[in-house]
Design a protein around this ligand. Structure first.
Ligand code: SF4
Length: 376
């Protein structure tokens, strides 16, 4: 298939692996954080870590939107269904994320809550049109990739005067997360464990089609970290790793774009304008693992406040604890890995997830379980 098979070519993968082996300096470590869950899955699925020399390590990042949503926001969504009696429209991944007290949207649905899985924002809008006597809320999550479609349905709802439709907005921003990751204190090396430092980033691919490559330039400059915008196919990831290794060897810290077939420096200006029209920055938003981050998420502007579910249903801010023993917060900060969690594969499996990283198809624990569980 064009644009897929050529980026999974076995021979080219071996050539790239050889080029990386020839390029690395055996005297140093290369710790590369892949920002997106899509990269994490490509690394596990195609065994890319096994093709790297021992001194090249991938560190999983916070770029899984379901994973970074804190428990309190899941509690809020359950409140909408159970206490306010709305039709709650959500993507499937969110259904099984543990909420407070081992509750979940799936259990709330089993208890009679009207919670419906949708495949697109337009599905949610249609449910609102088809049920004029019911309040319908779309549980909106995601980074900049999924924000423009939410903006579209909010504008449509306003144009159609759909008084029974609103959005529970949880859209978050990638540059703020990268800033937070760069500011995370890193544990020092111990006799048992090396330090989990980050030398460079494989930058987001889908997000960057919207925001472009320019927003990362200040991080490369300020923190002296090379960043390569990387596609999701295995050869994309390997080529990007090679580009990062070359930058590190040469003492450069620039933003380079491996994913030129989709990403431009400026990004999608139309989508950005749409987001600016409908949304504005929240002063603070809580992220699982990263805590409260200023200017890191979006809320509806005053012109669209009638479609803001938080205002319509006076949702409270809930600070909720994560499941005891779950290492998702540390994994999302890049300071631990799935195999560091004692619950992995014992009490925590995809059938019985204890944390968001095991639920989402982009989660690091789900990737580890799918492709590496035989090494547990
Ligand atoms: S294996 Fe389960 S409990 Fe452990 S960090 Fe991952 S999601 Fe959390």
């Amino acid at each position: 298939m064009k644009y897929i098979s050529e980026f999974r070519e076995h021979k080219l993968a071996l050539q790239l692996a050889n080029a990386i082996a020839q390029t690395v300096n055996p005297e140093r470590q290369y710790r590369l954080m892949e920002f997106c869950g899509g990269h994490t899955h490509a690394i596990f699925r195609y065994g890319i870590q096994d093709l790297m020399p021992d001194n090249v390590e991938f560190i999983h990042g916070p770029g899984c939107p379901v994973c970074v949503l804190p428990t309190g926001r899941i509690d809020n969504a359950i409140q909408l269904a159970e206490q306010h009696g709305v039709i709650l429209c959500t993507y499937a991944d969110l259904m099984r994320v543990p909420a407070t007290g081992r509750h979940s949207l799936l259990k709330a649905k089993a208890n009679g809550g009207d919670i419906r899985m949708v495949y697109s924002t337009q599905d949610a809008l249609k449910i609102a049109r088809d049920n004029p006597a019911r309040q319908v809320v779309f549980f909106a999550i995601g980074f900049e990739t999924t924000t423009p479609p939410t903006a579209v349905i909010i504008r449509q709802a306003q144009a159609e005067r759909l008084g029974n439709f609103s959005v529970f907005c949880n859209h978050v921003l990638t540059p703020a997360a990268m800033q937070a990751i760069l500011d995370v204190p890193r544990p020092a090396a111990s006799a048992h464990a090396p330090p989990l430092l980050i030398d460079a980033f494989l930058g987001p691919s889908h997000v960057s089609t919207v925001i472009g490559s320019q927003p990362y330039e200040r991080f490369a400059e300020q923190y002296a970290k090379p960043i390569v915008i990387a596609g999701f196919e295995p050869l994309d990831v390997m080529q990007s790793a090679l580009m990062l290794i070359r930058q590190l060897n040469e003492g450069r810290h620039e933003v380079e774009n491996e994913y030129r077939r989709a990403v431009t420096p400026q990004g999608n200006l139309k989508a950005q304008a749409l987001m600016r029209e409908v949304f504005e920055l929240r002063p603070y938003f809580e992220w699982r693992g990263l805590g409260l981050i200023a200017d890191s998420a979006l809320t509806l502007k005053a012109d669209y406040a009638d479609f803001d579910a938080e205002q319509r249903f006076s949702l409270p801010a809930i600070q909720a604890a994560d499941t005891k023993g779950c290492e998702c917060p540390a994994i999302l900060r890049g300071v631990k890995k799935p195999q560091d969690c004692k619950l992995l594969g014992t009490v925590c499996t995809p059938e019985n997830p204890m944390g968001s990283c095991m639920v989402s198809s982009e989660g690091a624990c789900a990737a580890y379980w799918s492709y590496r569980r035989n090494s547990l």
